[in-house]
Ligand binder design. Structure first.
Ligand SMILES: [Ca+2]
Length: 51
């Protein structure tokens, strides 16, 4: 994956989670992180750390 493709992917994921207002609120960010970094966050002992 080249840098341009990577950027497009990041923007796509952002848009997918940002919704109509095109900004990520705390809840949307959390959803994004949980969806995209499942393996990483799955190891966290306390899920509230993400907050
Ligand atoms: Ca939003």
């Amino acid at each position: 994956m080249n840098l341009q493709t990577a950027m497009m992917t990041i923007i796509g994921v952002f848009r997918k989670n940002a919704g109509q207002d095109k900004t990520l609120n705390k809840t949307e960010l959390k959803t994004l992180l949980e969806a995209e970094f499942q393996g990483l966050l799955g190891n966290a002992k306390d899920k509230n750390v993400i907050d």
